[in-house]
Design a protein around this ligand. Structure first.
Ligand code: PEP
Ligand code: MG
Length: 585
């Protein structure tokens, strides 16, 4: 029966496909399709791991001391039994043979299905066996890590069609949509060369970093869809309406046809926008506007170039640091990554932001929604605070960035500064990094220094920032979060996360005005820059540099080409003075 789940729209467009449920804790398990000729081999991989686990358990059981509690031996019996469980084994075979899932994916998918059945059981003893199953699966996964995985093949699974398959796609290439409770930004990155055509999570706000990465995948996405991962079952047909923030589960043929039409309309619109790629972003009254790209990884520069970005306005370097089990990238690795981005932009400027770890961007897994027991990670040791707490780590990054600057135009941007003392420490460490490179005779290049304006305290003491930095970049995602005291990643307060709150607009307007008055370059790199509903207002406030994910650049350019910046100025003043600015946009 058709039903819908409402959430927050984060990435535009319509996606339709079969649900793949991925548990948060399993997001780091490899997900890829195997070549049809490899199914036997793949089943054998799981079998070998399962046999190894069984052998290990049997050995432990054999070696149990005579006086070991009886429960221990009984527990091992349960584990052995679970390993032989017919439903587990036949399910894994099904996912591998019929869907061409890789072994780990097949195992965790089948685990999720059985785990749900355990959850529904009346009997408490049986319900608790879920934990045993989890341990068993964990062990099999552990063993498989030691077994070589085949190379990632491209392509999609082919399987028997259902009615919706035929309606959707006559090539029978079945599209898949990812449904999860929560996914860390680092794990989202794994889906970058993804098989998925859309995704939805139960938690998260519009500017949570998971949503930002979703946007960078450029696939329709919905976050904050509360209980989606409970209501939707593996393999359900789901439409993800990334414009409205709605999921439609098990749609009827009429609904499918309706959305199929909407999807095609969206694709046509994209094709039309593509024609603007080489058109300079200039307003009707001749104001030139820079449209820059936000990137997470060096390879993203290809996408930026493809839409005609005039540079990278924000390289979120923290993505190089994530998901590495605490082993941070060294100077050479970072240097090569930054250099790759610089070379990828072919002479255009690249703004590399120093690491912004913390809050909803943990180094590793999202354990629960707080980090390392920090009471309130968004207000804790994050971004520059984290860097200044570990000077050797920070110096390593600074040297790498300075070295990359020898290969092109690099701007160095520092996140989350609020205090004069932090500015002084940062500048002194940059000097030290240069001196260290000098001492070793290593080549490096000049950089423009910039600060993010993303804490209200910074916006309110702009003079200080104007004195020390060559350019400023307004981070509205955090500026809104900290001005309104709304956790940007918390769907429960997402309705209060208001980019148009008069206080937020005032801080943005004043920052732009002061920079313009002093001839200092200022950019805006929060999600607001890519929101076409805000383009006219930002132009009216005097902004001439926008940095956003590449997928939004052409739509924003279209707004700019239609705008008269001079005329928008007076109107923007009115919006600023209004109690309800959103109503005027
Ligand atoms: C911002 O806060 O607006 C910003 C661009 O940085 P991030 O989203 O990475 O915190
Ligand atoms: Mg920020």
């Amino acid at each position: 029966m058709t039903f819908s789940v409402h959430g927050l729209a984060v990435s535009r467009g319509i996606a339709m496909g079969r649900a793949v449920l991925v548990a948060s804790s399993r997001a780091d398990v490899a997900h890829y399709f195997i070549d049809p000729s490899k199914t036997v081999e793949e089943i054998q991989r799981v079998r070998a791991a399962r046999d190894a686990v069984a052998e290990e358990i049997a050995r432990v059981q054999r070696d149990l001391p005579k006086d070991a509690p009886h429960e221990l031996s009984a527990l091992l019996d349960v584990h052995l039994m679970l390993l032989q469980d017919e439903q587990l084994i036949s399910g894994i075979k099904h996912w591998i043979t019929d869907r061409l899932y890789n072994a780990e994916w097949a195992l965790t998918t089948q685990y999720e299905i059985i785990a749900r059945q355990f959850d529904d059981m009346e009997d408490e003893y049986l319900r608790e066996r879920k934990a045993d199953l989890e341990q068993v699966v964990e062990r099999i996964l552990g063993f498989m890590k030691g077994v070589a995985s085949p190379v990632l093949p491209a392509g999609r699974a082919r399987r028997q069609p259902r009615q919706q398959d035929l309606l959707l796609d006559d090539t029978l290439d079945v599209p898949l949509v990812l449904i999860a409770h929560d996914i860390s930004p680092a794990d989202m990155l794994q889906f970058k060369q993804s098989l998925f055509v859309g995704f939805a999570t139960d938690v998260g706000g519009k500017t949570s970093h998971t949503a930002i990465v979703a946007r960078s995948l450029d696939i329709p996405a919905v976050v904050g869809a509360r209980s989606a991962s409970q209501l939707i079952e593996q393999d359900d047909w789901v439409i993800i309406d990334g414009d409205a923030g709605v999921l439609i589960v098990d749609p009827s043929p009429i609904i499918l046809a309706e959305y199929g039409f909407k999807k095609r309309q969206g694709e046509l619109e994209r094709q039309r926008l593509n024609r603007l790629k080489h058109t300079p972003a200039v307003t009707l009254d001749g104001q030139k506007v820079d449209l820059l790209a936000n990137i997470e990884m060096p390879d993203d520069t290809a996408g930026a170039m493809a839409v005609g970005a005039v540079g990278v306005g924000l390289f979120r370097s923290e993505f190089l640091f994530m998901g590495r089990a605490g082993k941070l990238p060294g100077e050479q690795e970072q240097y090569l990554a930054y250099r790759k981005a610089v070379e990828g932009m072919q002479g255009l400027p690249v703004t590399i932001r120093t690491v912004d770890i913390g809050s909803d961007k943990p180094l590793d897994k999202l354990t629960d929604r707080t980090q390392d027991g920090q009471l309130n990670p968004a207000l804790g040791l994050r971004a520059i605070r984290w860097s200044l707490a570990d000077p050797p780590m920070f110096l390593t990054q600074l040297r790498a960035i300075l070295r990359a600057a020898a290969h092109g135009q690099v701007n160095l941007l520092v996140p989350m500064l609020a205090h004069a003392s932090e500015i002084r420490q940062t500048l002194s460490l940059i000097d030290r990094a240069r001196a260290e490179l000098d001492n070793k005779g290593i080549d490096y290049g000049p950089v423009q220094l910039g600060a993010m304006i993303e804490i209200p305290a910074a916006a309110l003491t702009l003079k200080l920032f104007l004195k020390y930095f060559d350019f400023l970049s307004i981070g509205t995602n955090d500026l809104i979060q900290y001005t309104l005291a709304i956790d940007r990643a918390d769907e429960a307060v997402a309705h209060l996360y208001d980019p148009c709150h008069p206080a937020v607009l005032r801080l943005i307007a004043d920052t732009i005005a002061q920079c313009n008055a002093q001839g200092k370059s200022v950019s805006l790199c929060g999600e607001m820059a890519g929101d076409v509903g805000m383009t006219r207002l930002l132009l009216g406030l005097g902004l001439r540099s926008f940095s956003m994910h590449p997928s939004q650049i052409l739509a924003v350019k279209q707004q700019i080409l239609r705008a008269d910046a001079g005329k928008l100025k007076g109107w923007a003043e009115e919006v600023l003075d209004s109690d309800a600015p959103a109503a005027l946009l």
